[in-house]
Design a protein around this ligand. Structure first.
Ligand code: FAD
Length: 385
């Protein structure tokens, strides 16, 4: 750890790796420090859905930049990515109404409404289930099991130093403290996802950061057709900002809660992606708190499986794995705080870090190494007291 770096990054999830990529591209020297032995956090536990189209505002800007970065990185770092778009399956007229309003908000761009027959051409939903849907052609898909790890290997091969199994215990201007020694750098980015409170409790409290725990499954299913795209449902339409801000979204939320109280209580976002080996990632539920519960309730998995059977009309599902994912959740979608000169604390504080993280990181590195410091830091951003 004797070397001096331009940038030290704490956290080797997609947000931390995104900072390392951005710094490397600008010719800077970089160290990445992570307490785990490899990429193991939210960045491998997700759907691998890069939902560009469903974002609005700041998230949309980061998502569009991230899209370009993902497209460049996939061939360079050698991981699977497909320009699949996504399909939203509408199972009721109020879901179609949200999609129609969303398409209008976008001036008809980047959203194509689908007939039930068109939905069935790409998604093997059971007969009569879809009343229509939408194709979101800009969305991408990666395999979360391999993408971030491949980026870390690529960075390593290009001269970024990784310090694995090294828990960071403190950060000061120009310095990262660990039980193995110190890492010195001109600038430090702390990208520890939901663990902001461990290093910067004042920032976590000021931004209302909590942990959101999610139940996920990997399932083998004999679908009629492979899933050509990630598949979203009406539950996704009341979650992602672009859809959730349409006039009809409130009524849809109410109807879903009245008809499916058990799913609403679990704050479900029913969606599916298929990995290159054919297995389906099925999820998810959301439970927020200071800590994610150590226990996962079987009822949640049973409900997700029942929904999967109904949607695809398949009786036979074999669960291969279950896991819990955790991400940072807060009222704002992003945290960029400057607790000290040359130190940035960065987290995506809703479940869209794979979609936006690379773009956000690129902007933070721009700001840190430009002559206009503070440009990205929102007014009132927390400072460590
Ligand atoms: C189940 C689930 C499904 C999701 N689906 C999607 C999706 O389809 N699309 C999408 O866009 N987003 C999705 N998300 C959100 C997305 O996965 C996250 O926003 C993103 O991965 C966060 O990346 P990160 O780098 O901030 O955090 P992480 O990937 O969690 O990485 C943080 C890293 O910091 C390290 N760390 C923590 N504390 C220390 C310390 N003191 N010292 C050293 N290292 C430390 C950890 O070991 C970890 O490696 C999903 C999230 C979950 C949980």
């Amino acid at each position: 750890m004797g070397r001096h770096y331009d940038l030290a990054v704490v956290g080797a999830g997609i947000v931390g790796l995104g900072h390392a990529v951005a710094a490397l591209r600008r010719g800077l020297t970089v160290a990445v420090i992570d307490r785990a032995s490899g990429v193991q956090g939210a960045s491998v536990r997700n759907f691998g859905h890069l939902g560009i189209t469903g974002q609005e505002g700041e998230a949309r800007a980061y998502a569009e930049l991230a899209r370009e970065l993902w497209l460049t990185l996939a061939p360079e770092a050698g991981f699977w990515l497909r320009e699949s778009g996504s399909i939203v399956v509408a199972r009721a007229d109020d879901e179609l109404a949200v999609l129609e309003e969303f398409r209008e908000r976008r001036g008809g761009h980047d959203v194509r409404l689908l007939t039930p027959a068109e939905v069935r051409e790409s998604v093997p939903v059971a007969d009569g289930v879809a009343v229509g849907g939408a194709l979101l052609p800009s969305d991408l898909q990666i395999d979360p099991r391999e993408a971030a790890a491949a980026i870390a290997r690529w960075l390593d091969a290009h001269g970024v130093d990784f310090f694995w199994q090294t828990a960071v215990s403190g950060v000061e201007p120009g310095l990262v403290r660990t039980p193995r020694g110190r890492v010195a750098a001109d600038a430090v980015v702390v990208a520890v996802g939901h663990d902001v409170d461990h290093l910067f409790p004042g920032i976590a409290e000021a931004h209302g950061i909590e942990r959101c725990g999610l139940d996920m499954m990997l399932v083998e299913a004999a679908l009629e057709l492979p899933l050509a795209t990630p598949v979203l449902t009406g539950w996704s339409l009341v979650r992602y900002s672009g859809f959730a801000r349409t006039p009809s979204a409130a009524a849809l939320r109410e109807r879903l809660a009245a008809e499916q109280p058990a799913l609403a209580a679990l704050d479900v976002n029913l969606m599916f992606t298929q990995r290159p080996d054919g297995t389906l990632i099925v999820g998810d539920t959301h439970a927020r708190g200071a800590d994610a519960s150590p226990f996962q309730h079987e009822e949640a998995f049973a409900l997700l499986l029942e929904q999967t059977r109904e949607l695809f009309g398949v009786a036979d599902l074999r669960v291969r794995e279950r896991w819990q994912g955790v991400y940072a959740a807060a009222p704002d979608e992003f945290l960029v705080a400057a607790p000290a000169p040359g130190v940035r604390v960065v987290s995506v504080t809703t479940g869209i870090g794979m979609t936006t993280g690379l773009g956000l990181a690129d902007r933070v590195v721009d700001e840190l190494f430009s002559d206009a410091p503070g440009a990205l830091i929102p007014a009132g951003a927390a400072r460590v007291r």
